[in-house]
Design a binder for this molecule. Structure first.
Ligand SMILES: Cc1cc2nc3c(=O)[nH]c(=O)nc-3n(C[C@H](O)[C@H](O)[C@H](O)COP(=O)(O)OP(=O)(O)OC[C@H]3O[C@@H](n4cnc5c(N)ncnc54)[C@H](O)[C@@H]3O)c2cc1C
Length: 252
């Protein structure tokens, strides 16, 4: 498939539109060679670029995105930095070790993010208040009971809430029961992803609004852009569901 710029829609819709307008500072053209390229400047690509920059402070790293930062899923989600995963269905005691492992990873991620938001002074309305799980109908009440059983078995800090308590907290009488999980944060996701992108280490060059249209693997890796090319030895694809457009993970 021959890709073109038109294959990457650039509508904002949502959180980005609440922020000031953003334009790309990059005027990349021509041909460059760098040791590292990361394609995709969402949370995954940004985290990867930052870590690589720490590990290889003398290497030039290019982080390239088809869109402006904030226009992808990382700037358009519900904004929960989740410390406790919800595994739907009945609690499975045999899975306790796996559940705990996932939540350790979640918690570590939230702590790293919290540290970066503070260190880099990112204004993203970070709120450490955890999250509410709310149930309004029979199916979701059943699921809420499952979730409570899991939280109790895993000894995860939480507060079960009845209808009145939910109403008092959320300002709506819709929900019949709920639970407040204490860990985790809520953010303005577009502000967070933009903030992370605007405070990258100096050995990372961020190139926005430049879709990678083709990846050719040989002794080196060649990335074709509409107005140039990047040659690299190491490529990280952080393109989320769009990896298939470049011929990777097509049947995943
Ligand atoms: C409605 C919704 C609500 C969600 N709520 C939450 C939530 O509350 N909490 C939570 O943790 N997760 C939530 N998620 C999931 C979360 O948004 C994603 O898991 C996360 O944003 C993925 O980040 P990413 O960096 O991997 O991918 P993305 O943010 O999708 O970034 C991938 C980037 O790659 C770029 N790209 C793709 N192909 C190319 C190419 N060929 N050339 C150049 N660039 C390219 C794209 O432009 C994009 O910017 C939600 C998702 C949705 C859809």
């Amino acid at each position: 498939m021959n890709l073109s710029i038109g294959d990457f829609s650039t509508d904002n819709r949502g959180w980005s539109e609440l922020l000031s307008e953003r334009s790309s500072a990059s005027n990349f053209r021509g041909s460059v060679r760098v040791p590292w390229v990361i394609v995709g400047a969402g949370f995954t690509g940004l985290a990867c670029a930052r870590r690589l920059a720490e590990l290889h402070p003398n290497d030039e790293i290019i982080l390239v995105d088809a869109r402006l930062v904030g226009q992808g899923a990382s700037g358009r989600n519900s904004g929960f930095a989740v410390a406790v995963s919800h595994f739907p269905g009945k609690y499975i005691p045999e899975q306790k070790g796996n559940f705990a492992r996932v939540n350790r990873i979640n918690q570590a991620g939230v702590e790293i993010l919290d540290r970066e938001v503070k260190t880099l002074s990112i204004d993203c309305q970070w709120d450490d208040g955890g999250f509410h799980h709310a149930a309004a109908d029979a199916d979701s009440i059943y699921e809420c009971d499952n979730f409570l059983e899991y939280l109790n078995a895993m000894e995860i800090a939480h507060t079960p809430l009845n209808k009145d308590e939910m109403d008092n907290r959320l300002g709506t009488a819709l929900y019949k029961v709920g639970v407040h999980v204490h860990a985790g944060a809520l953010v303005q996701p577009a502000a967070l992803v933009r903030g992370l992108a605007s405070k990258l280490p100096s050995n990372i060059e961020l190139i926005e609004q430049r879709p990678v249209l083709k990846v050719e693997e040989g002794r080196s890796i060649k990335l074709s852009l509409s107005d140039g090319e990047i040659i690299t030895d190491r490529l990280v694809l952080a393109t989320n569901y769009e990896a298939g457009k470049l011929g990777f993970l097509s049947d995943a």
